[in-house]
Write a protein that binds this ligand. Structure first.
Ligand SMILES: C[S@@+](CC[C@H](N)C(=O)[O-])C[C@H]1O[C@@H](n2cnc3c(N)ncnc32)[C@H](O)[C@@H]1O
Length: 274
């Protein structure tokens, strides 16, 4: 009994253990440059080191976050240890290191690092998202304007999301860009919306349909369109998010929620990794 208290499974084998100190000298870096099949000088951590930390503080199925992903060691190790993970990286090595490395992990091709210790054979998947540019920016007079990096589709998709609509452009009806409920639609346009355009849309709307028009400017008699709400774009979205910032002050408590992740920014899904 006494002996069992001092034994623990280490790297799959029952071994005598004692409390760990602050300095770990047992983790070698001999083959470090080959781990994961990616070279990342002066930044790469050994999989064994990351695995020890993950083992100490998480269980299978827990989330592990590394917001400075580098060569992707944290994600690779977390994945092999059956944890879920989020990695964030701003460098090009997202494409040159992290994605190829994680694909090799998922394929079971990566047999370096902790693979043999955990009996890694492959499996799982991940999704890759690219952060869009800020939707709004300030012009030289300090006024909020729509960023020139946004084309009509990007603008429509972004405004739909911020206004709580599911982006789903109708192939036949030009003003149906998205829906919030079965009969509630959104139209996002950079056009100036006048009475004539509003009349044209109202004529096409069914009695039980409602519409939110988000445009750059409008001049309509709103009383003529009880089922249509008109909003100007910069103003309509200004309070939904912070724009044009590159610091970390965003209040993430009350962000608009997406119903389902849009498929067009999904690069890989479970079982869908080449
Ligand atoms: C030392 S590396 C991490 C190495 C990683 N632990 C590994 O084993 O491969 C730090 C990484 O953080 C990235 N980075 C720095 N600032 C960042 C930021 N604001 N957002 C995302 N990534 C950032 C750098 O590009 C760099 O790749």
């Amino acid at each position: 009994m006494f002996c069992i208290d001092k034994m623990k499974k280490v790297d799959g084998k029952l071994s005598p253990v004692r409390p760990m100190g602050d300095i770990w000298l047992d983790i070698g870096i001999n083959n470090l440059h080959n781990e994961g099949g990616v070279d990342f000088r002066n930044g790469k951590k050994p999989e064994k080191l990351i695995s020890r930390i993950i083992e100490m503080i998480t269980d299978e199925g827990d989330w592990v976050l590394d917001s400075f992903a580098g060569s992707g060691t944290t994600g690779a190790v977390a994945h092999k240890m059956r944890r879920r993970w989020i990695m964030v990286e701003l460098g090009e090595h997202c494409y040159t290191h992290i994605i190829p490395r994680l694909k090799r992990v998922i394929d079971g091709e990566d047999q370096a690092g902790i693979s043999s210790t955990v009996g890694w054979k492959g499996g799982g998947g991940f999704r890759f998202y690219k952060l869009a540019p800020s939707l709004l920016e300030k012009d030289k007079y300090g006024n909020w304007v729509i960023s020139k990096q946004y084309n009509a589709e990007m603008l429509s998709e972004a405004v739909c999301k911020l206004e709580g609509f599911k982006y789903n452009p109708d192939k036949n009806v030009y003003w149906k860009h998205g829906q919030s409920t079965e009969n509630d639609y959104i139209f996002v346009t950079t056009q100036f919306v006048n009475q004539q355009l509003a009349d044209d849309i109202a004529d096409q709307m069914k009695e039980d349909e409602t519409l939110l028009v988000c445009c750059k400017a409008f001049n309509v008699n709103q009383e003529d369109f009880p089922n249509i709400t008109f909003k100007k774009i910069p103003q309509s979205v200004l309070e939904k998010c912070e724009f044009g910032r590159d610091d970390y002050s965003l209040n993430v408590e009350n962000l608009p929620m997406m119903e389902k992740e849009p498929e067009q920014i999904e690069l890989f899904d479970e079982g869908d990794v080449e």
